[in-house]
Design a protein around this ligand. Structure first.
Ligand code: CAA
Ligand code: NAD
Length: 309
């Protein structure tokens, strides 16, 4: 662990504060987000331990990271394949895997959680790790929609808890939303901000409000696309084509829903409608609920709104 002193960056005052230089990180959840964050963190020189519940999931995560790095290397070392292979080997030396979160956090600077979008499960994870992680370690959640303060409430380190919200696919999307609760210290916020920059990302500062910035705009848009289809006002294919060619989006809303995961989309909507049931933007969708009940979560299960090989 190292500390750096610098000027405040949130604009609240001009006094000097310290921030933790995050070098060793533990990522809990080796799914699409956790593996993507691990890839980027390892490639930027951080030591990463990736934790999931089962060894077979972690094997897939590692294969996914290697696959992602091959795409990077194809461009970076187009004329030097041997240097590309060496780069991948060196990056992979920064990655270790574990099914034991408690031992993985023993000497960590940051615990970053990217597990299922469920408040109780996230609270239980962080509550347990709070007892065993070093006192200087910062905890952060990659939640898409849950209040960071509610997740943090399971721990005794409210000042060292914040949100770090990445976007899918992590190696490609340049944004990170850095979220401070009313208890997050300036030192923690600055550490998270600097960590995001060290990953080569562009951070934006967010309040702990539902969906922060991107999802508060993006998720209601995707849900409205489903409702348009439910009303029979457009096919999913036509809506996707329309938004790609008419609005310049790289994916249409149904393609993006499948990419994000329909289970995650439903968790987000269920959480928001429980808090604000009268809000028509958060109204549940029968079509989405049916697909999720059938186990059709999108690209990751091979079928959602569309079928995948
Ligand atoms: N590692 C490294 N590089 C990767 C990669 C990976 N895992 N995956 C893709 N890339 C690179 C490719 O090498 C390629 O690079 P070049 O263009 O330099 O050759 C580039 O990314 C594009 O990849 P592809 O050619 O395979 O695919 P594409 O052009 O069809 O783009 C996409 C794919 C980037 C996903 C694009 O469709 C896109 O931007 N879609 C929208 C994604 C989006 O909106 N994400 C946000 C979702 S919301 C969210 O994440 C928040 C939440 O809480 C739910
Ligand atoms: P995912 O289903 O791909 O992966 C979740 C992983 O967490 C699974 O491998 C699962 O085995 C593991 N897991 C669940 N409970 C665990 C526990 N107690 N301990 C260890 N591992 C556990 O999900 P994802 O798409 O990677 O999303 C993860 C988180 O990131 C969610 O909170 C989601 O809202 C958020 N997020 C998702 C996206 C997206 O586009 N999918 C984007 C930004 C943020």
């Amino acid at each position: 662990m190292a500390f750096v002193t610098h000027r405040l960056s949130r604009g609240f005052s001009s006094s000097a504060v310290r921030h933790v230089v995050i070098k060793n990180i533990t990522i809990i959840g080796g799914g699409q987000m956790g593996a993507g964050i691990a890839q980027v963190a390892a490639a930027t020189g951080h030591t990463v331990t990736l934790v999931d519940q089962h060894e077979n999931i972690l094997k897939k995560s590692v294969a996914g990271i290697e696959g992602g790095l091959k795409r990077v290397v194809k461009k970076m070392f187009a004329d030097k394949p041997e240097a590309g292979t060496a780069f991948i080997q060196n990056v992979m030396k920064n990655v270790s895997i574990s099914t034991d979160a408690a031992s993985a956090v023993q000497s960590t600077d940051l615990v970053l959680e990217a597990i299922v979008e469920n408040l109780k499960v996230k609270q239980s994870l962080f509550g347990g790790l709070d007892k065993v992680a070093p006192s200087h370690a910062i905890f952060a959640s990659n939640t898409s929609s849950l209040p960071i303060a509610d997740i943090a409430s399971a721990t005794g380190r409210l000042d060292r808890f914040g949100g770090l919200h990445f976007f899918n696919p992590v190696p490609v999307m340049k944004l990170v939303e850095v979220i401070a609760t009313s208890s997050t210290s300036q030192e923690t916020f600055d550490s998270l901000l600097n960590f995001s920059k060290a990953l080569g990302k562009t951070p934006v500062s967010c309040k702990d409000t539902p969906g922060f910035i991107v999802n508060r705009l993006l998720v209601p848009y995707m849900m409205e696309a489903i409702r348009l289809t439910e009303r029979g006002h457009g096919s999913r294919e036509d809506i996707d084509t329309a938004m790609k060619l008419g609005a310049g989006y790289p994916m249409g809303p149904f393609e993006l829903l499948d990419y994000v995961g329909l289970d995650t989309a439903k968790f987000i909507m269920d959480g928001w409608s429980a808090v604000d049931p009268g809000n028509p933007l958060f109204a549940p969708s029968e079509m989405l609920n049916k697909l999720v009940a059938e186990g059709k979560y999108g690209k990751k299960t091979g079928e959602g709104f569309y079928k995948y090989k």
